[in-house]
Design a protein around this ligand. Structure first.
Ligand code: URA
Length: 241
């Protein structure tokens, strides 16, 4: 890829340019040994190639590879969460730019709406979908009736599903029949199945948060490109949870 940037630039300039913090703050991070270049503690004035060198902050890679893209999509109802559908149905990747080729991180059911990450960064996908990772996912659930306190407690403590009991969840009824639930697991149709067991089939399901990622401005079908810094804060938060 052609670029007008010099191949080697001062580290503090690159770190400021990718939005980590101001140059002055970034210099403090370098002095505090919080920055590494290719795994080695960095020093002020060091020259780096932002397309090739691996820069990390507190051990979290700063993605400066321009070939990696990250989209946060507000998935509409009726669209499927795969990159390709043999039956030719509309998929989430039809809603974002066609190139480079990208894939959803995990999935939302066809009828579930809300936030979905889409990327060509396989490492990030692996880190986020690995069961040990336990990224928090928050959903708004619409039901036709109010849920009893006993049922809310069951949802919080664990529901017996055919693939095992669910892990503790944070659950609150914000209005009669409207529930906010936060889970760490990502089992197939988990939220719908949990509510089915307590006798409340889900009418509408919306994912409103992934880790610390929220976006109240995205309308159904809209997406925005995530910046290096969105991702950095996202992953740093995961690491410190
Ligand atoms: N739980 C579900 O039931 N469906 C989703 O799409 C996501 C979580």
């Amino acid at each position: 890829m052609s670029t007008s940037r010099p191949t080697e630039e001062k580290l503090q300039k690159v770190l400021a340019a990718v939005g980590l913090a101001s140059r002055r703050v970034v210099e403090g991070y370098i002095l505090d040994e919080r920055i590494t270049v290719n795994g080695e503690i960095a020093h002020i004035g060091q020259r780096v190639n932002r397309d090739k060198d691996e820069l990390s902050f507190d051990g979290v890679p700063l993605r400066v590879n321009p070939e990696l893209v990250y989209y946060l999509l507000h998935k509409p109802k009726g669209v499927i969460s795969t990159a390709n559908d043999p039956q030719g149905r509309k998929t989430v990747t039809d809603l974002v730019p066609a190139a480079p080729r990208v894939y959803p991180v995990g999935r939302l059911d066809k009828d579930t709406e809300g936030l979905l990450l889409i990327t060509n960064d396989g490492d990030l996908t692996y880190r986020l979908t690995h069961p040990s990772q336990g990224v928090e996912k928050e959903y708004l659930v619409e039901l036709s009736q109010k849920v009893s306190r006993g049922n809310l407690r069951q949802l919080r403590e664990g529901i017996e599903l055919e693939d095992g009991i669910t892990s503790p969840a944070k659950v609150s009824q914000i209005q009669d029949g409207i529930i906010k639930i936060v889970i760490h697991e990502g089992r197939n149709r988990q939220v719908r199945r949990m509510f089915q067991v307590i006798g409340h089939p889900v009418k509408r399901l919306i994912r409103t948060r992934i880790g610390n990622m929220v976006d109240h401005t995205l309308q159904s079908g809209q997406w925005r490109q995530l910046t290096t810094i969105d991702l950095l804060h996202f992953e740093t938060d995961q690491a410190t949870e």
